[in-house]
Write a protein that binds this ligand. Sequence first.
Ligand SMILES: [Ca+2]
Ligand SMILES: [Ca+2]
Ligand SMILES: [Ca+2]
Length: 208
Amino acid sequence: MPGTARHDQEMSTKARKRLSQTTDVLERLRLQCLAKGSAGIKGLGRIFNILDTDNSKTLDFNEFLRGLQHYALMINKEEAREIFQAFDKDCSGTIDFDEFLVTLRPPMSNARKEIIMQAFQKLNKNGSGVITIEDLRGLYNAKYHPKYLNGDWTEEQVFKAFLDNFDSPYDKDGKVTTEEFMNYYAGVSASIDTDVYFIVMMKNAWKL
Ligand SMILES: [Ca+2]
Ligand SMILES: [Ca+2]
Ligand SMILES: [Ca+2]
């Protein structure tokens, strides 16, 4: 599985170093997430949940402000208001998980996006536009998974666990969209310095 513990640790170390040099608040918030190893869709989902104290599945301004303070981002209310608006793309007055993810997702070069899309297309065998268990049969070998080998899981359960890595915590339906796939790899990508290495890793992982 691409995105190893070693990668996460490197990412975290680098993010902490860059934190001391950055004053831009949005970038600092992003680096705080990276430093905690929470760049991907799951990690950001966890952070969103923590900030959403009333469990409304959206963040209002007060929850957001408390969140910024929790991450030790000392800014005044005016600045916080500005950043809040940068997140709130549809100007609804609240931030939903998609808005949160898209704003905090570490940016990726076009070369990286292209190779991610190639992997998606390969996995999306039947061309339906979303990856499901059906697509994985014959493409992803579940039989080497440790839990399959020791008899804990069926092939079906291995496939489900695989899809679960990509599935958004707020749209968990066993189907993986291009956006969810991209969000997952934005996390992996943040731990890898060069495009060349990222592309090699993707090619090896997905036999592209
Ligand atoms: Ca809320
Ligand atoms: Ca909104
Ligand atoms: Ca989904």
